[in-house]
Design a protein around this ligand. Sequence first.
Ligand SMILES: [Zn+2]
Ligand SMILES: [Zn+2]
Ligand SMILES: [Zn+2]
Length: 149
Amino acid sequence: MSLAMCERCNYQKILEKVGIKPTKHRLAVLQVLGIAAHPLTAQDVFDALKACRTINRVTVYRILESLVEGGVVDKISTGDRSFRYGLAPNENHPQHAHFYCRLCGLMACLPPESLPLPSRSPSSVMPGIVEKYEIRLDGVCHQCRLRHS
Ligand SMILES: [Zn+2]
Ligand SMILES: [Zn+2]
Ligand SMILES: [Zn+2]
């Protein structure tokens, strides 16, 4: 897992803002998602945490679901039954699209400027107010293309 440290997000404040009590485990889950360079599976989060603390898989899944419900974590579909988890967009992390490799399951964050994203402000073409959305581009990653050529 490649890591890109984020020093800007205050996870405690992020949780308090949506009324979720910032327990040690919840903060740890957010931290793992926050430093990952791409969205993670629940198993990835569990693996990262079990290295340094006693936490069981069920707790990790439950925490992820509650963070998704609170809107601080995004649950990103892959097109099949598996999901990836990543920090929801906030003032430090703009909304961005994801690339998904249908062969190896890699999911990569795309730079926000790489593709125009719809605005969240009310518009006449929308039948309602957009609260969240996800944009996923599916394909075959460079590594898989080399391997299968
Ligand atoms: Zn951050
Ligand atoms: Zn691939
Ligand atoms: Zn992302």
